[in-house]
Structure formats: structure tokens, C-alpha cells
Design a protein around this ligand. Structure first.
Ligand code: DC
Length: 231
């Protein structure tokens, strides 16, 4: 069957990665979580004292970018690729609330974006890929055969993210998570380089009220239609 490139963009915690992972597995495609790459750079900046609540040492971070090696490696237990930063598995650490609170400021830096977009091009050039992020349909793969843009009410997104944190034993409040979701929306949509915006030819879906199964079936149908050229 013809292999295509699928770009799934949208606001944070809209269920992009859940649907993208399942779709990739179903199709036998590669799944690439580009948010994990930005998160890994944010973790690097935190660990090296390059970012704080009040300041980001962009100059030093940019100078250190060539020292940063990122790659995905399949985790045989979960069946999903984990993120490695300079040879260390950082999959757990990049999901912390602390990294979530800094990552949008790191994703504003053009040199960071340039490095990651180049790597994303290389990973996805063979087609047969589902990539999720903020700029996949607009910047990384503007020629993607299928582009989906996800949205959902901020309170619902925060509620889902809050549940995930609590299930993993994290000590967070709903208010903190909601604040983080809204702050990331603000930075991601207003940054100068590659802001989060729906590509003209993307199909917009709202995931506020749909259950996971129905939502997946909807995206799968769109994919099948696109692969067989009926859409
Ligand atoms: O998808 P996520 O929440 O893990 O993404 C983390 C942050 O990375 C998000 O706030 C914005 C940024 N990001 C981006 O700017 N471009 C991408 N392609 C993916 C993520």
C-alpha cells in the first residue's frame, strides 16, 4: 500500500501523541514525538543552569547546541521509542512539570528549531511516518499528504494532564496544570519563529467531548481515505 506522511499538530494535551502513536502502530509507520525533542533540549538547559524563571542564557545554549545529541530508541517493554539525550534515557524526566514549564521558552529559539527541524527531516524523509508537534504541517513537512490539527477546551486538556500526573504519583495541583497549559498556548501561538497555527490544508478536529476510541476511528478513517486517494 502507498505510504504517506501524516502530520498531527495542535495545542498541548489535546491527545496528539495518543492518537499518533496508535495510528503509527496500526499502520506499521514510524511515530515521531517532536515535542520530546524540544523537551530534551529544555532538560539540557535546566541541567546546565542555562534557564531559570527569570532568565534564559540563549547565547550559551546556542553555543552548546553542537554538543547535544538526541535520538529515539525503541523500548521493548512499552513498544514506544524513548528519548535519549547525550546517550542517557531521559524519557521520564522530560515529562516532568518542571520541563513543561520551561519548554515553550526553549522552543522559541530559532537556532534550536533549526537543529531539530533538520533532524526531523532526516527521520521522516522515507515517508511511512506519523509525526506530531506544532509546526509539522506548516514547516517540517508542508507536503504531508494528511494534516490534522487538534484542539480541545483548555480545562479539559488540563484535566487529562492532571490525571496523568496524579496517576504517576506527582504532587501537582489542577490550577498549576491549567496555568501551564494556558501559558504554553500563549507562547506557542505568539512566538515569531514557526508559531502554532493551523496549516491551510489541515483538517481541524476538536477533541473536547469525543472518547478515545471514537476519536481514533475518525482519524483512522481520514487516513484510509487519504491513502486510497478518495479525499
Ligand atoms: O507536544 P509537547 O507538549 O510535548 O511539546 C512541548 C513543547 O515543545 C510545546 O510547548 C511547544 C514545543 N514544540 C514546538 O514548538 N514544536 C514542535 N514541533 C513540538 C513541540
Amino acid at each position: 500500500m502507498k505510504k504517506i506522511t501524516i502530520a498531527i499538530d495542535g495545542y498541548s494535551s489535546t491527545g496528539k501523541s495518543t492518537v499518533a502513536k496508535r495510528l503509527a502502530k496500526h499502520l506499521g509507520y514510524l511515530y515521531v514525538d517532536t515535542g520530546a525533542m524540544y523537551r530534551a533540549i529544555a532538560l539540557f538547559a535546566l541541567e546546565n543552569g542555562l534557564i531559570s524563571k527569570t532568565h534564559c542564557n540563549q547565547k550559551e545554549l546556542i553555543e552548546k547546541l553542537p554538543e547535544i545529541t538526541l535520538y529515539f530508541q525503541l523500548n521493548s517493554e512499552t513498544g514506544i521509542a524513548d528519548m535519549f539525550l547525550n546517550g542517557k534515557n531521559v524519557e521520564k524526566r522530560i515529562r516532568s512539570l518542571e520541563v513543561s514549564q520551561y519548554v515553550s521558552r526553549i522552543a522559541e529559539i530559532s537556532e534550536v528549531r533549526k537543529k531539530l527541524v533538520e533532524q526531523q527531516h532526516k527521520i521522516g524523509k522515507q515517508k511511512g511516518v506519523v509525526m506530531d508537534g506544532r509546526d509539522i504541517g506548516t514547516v517540517v513537512f508542508p507536503q504531508a499528504e494528511l494534516k490534522i490539527f487538534l484542539n480541545a477546551a483548555p480545562e479539559e486538556r488540563a484535566r487529562r494532564r492532571f490525571k496523568e500526573y496524579i496517576d504517576n504519583g506527582a504532587e501537582v495541583t489542577f490550577e498549576e496544570i491549567l496555568k501551564n497549559v494556558m501559558e504554553r498556548d500563549r507562547i506557542d501561538t505568539t512566538r515569531l519563529d514557526s508559531p502554532l497555527v493551523k496549516a491551510k490544508d489541515a483538517i481541524e478536529l476538536d477533541n473536547t467531548f469525543t472518547n478515545k476510541e471514537d476519536f481514533f476511528q475518525k482519524v483512522l478513517q481520514l487516513t484510509k481515505d487519504r491513502i486510497s486517494g478518495h479525499l
